[in-house]
Design a protein around this ligand. Structure first.
Ligand SMILES: Nc1ncnc2c1ncn2[C@@H]1O[C@H](COP(=O)(O)OP(=O)(O)O)[C@@H](O)[C@H]1O
Ligand SMILES: [Mg+2]
Length: 246
């Protein structure tokens, strides 16, 4: 596979819930290591799309291809980080991180991942002894544990305070780059979509579809205060207005 051929190729011709046409003709591709962000009005089908990509919803017309191969259900190569951390309260932090692993737990690897997400020494804590931001870091470490090729995130930082959110954005960028993981992330925060995305997909509703794909051609590492960040944010906002999402 050349670096130009897509790692992930998603085609949803149609997704319905009962009489409702939720997604229609959604086609998106991710290259290795690329970060694509998805914005759109509430209820336009973003989470449904992510669940389809994750293999959690197979009741649709279309296909999800990873590395050229059609997927059939959940795979270790595609991991999902939800809005809330969804940790098992009875397992330690380390136990949660290693939960999806096979065979004996590699303690050194768990420790290295916890270190990477800024939680060195937290392995033996229980989730109830974590802040919301820390718990979401554990969820990210868990997502990375099986070394996926694609990480899906559904509004992952919505429940944390603004300061923690900025730090988690940096964390996501650094781990995705370090592991060359492709990221597909839903967010309702336009600044976040631009700051993290190599491309921002703006969804339209009824039925859900990609209304605009806005490339973000800012330098890496990005500077949040650069003037062209403001221009990219304005383009996304205009696209959301055209999609009647604002
Ligand atoms: N399990 C379900 N059963 C029936 N309708 C659903 C289900 N999940 C989502 N929907 C409907 O599908 C539409 C898209 O939902 P969702 O993908 O959650 O939107 P978003 O994430 O963009 O807010 C909404 O109208 C929602 O009510
Ligand atoms: Mg949603």
């Amino acid at each position: 596979m050349t670096t130009e051929s897509p790692l992930l190729d998603v085609r949803v011709r149609s997704k319905r819930f009962a009489q409702q046409d939720v997604l229609r003709d959604v086609h998106l591709q991710l290259r290795e290591g690329e970060c694509v962000t998805l914005v759109g009005a509430s209820g336009c089908g973003k989470s449904t799309l992510l669940r389809i990509v994750a293999g959690l919803d197979r009741d649709y017309e279309g296909e999800v291809r990873l590395g050229g191969e059609a997927t059939a259900g959940p795979t270790r190569d595609i991991r999902f980080v939800f809005q809330e951390p969804r940790l098992f309260p009875w397992l330690t932090v380390a136990g949660n991180v290693a939960f999806d692993g096979r065979g004996p737990v590699d303690d050194a690897r768990v420790a290295a991942l916890l270190d990477e997400v800024g939680l060195a020494g937290f392995g033996s804590r229980l989730p109830k002894a974590l802040s919301g931001g820390q718990a979401q870091r554990v969820a990210i470490a868990r997502g990375l544990f099986v070394q996926p090729r694609v990480l899906l995130l559904d509004e992952p930082f919505s429940a944390v305070d603004a300061f923690t959110r900025l730090k988690l954005q940096e964390l996501l960028l650094s781990v995705a780059r370090a592991h060359r993981i492709a990221v597909l992330m839903v967010t309702h925060d336009i600044d976040e979509a631009v700051y993290l995305g190599d491309r921002v997909l703006v969804f339209e509703a009824d039925p859900g579809r990609i209304g605009a794909a806005i490339p973000v051609t800012l330098q890496q590492p990005r500077d949040r205060d650069a003037p062209d960040v403001g221009q990219a944010v304005a383009s996304v906002r205009r696209a959301l207005q055209r999609a009647h999402a604002l």
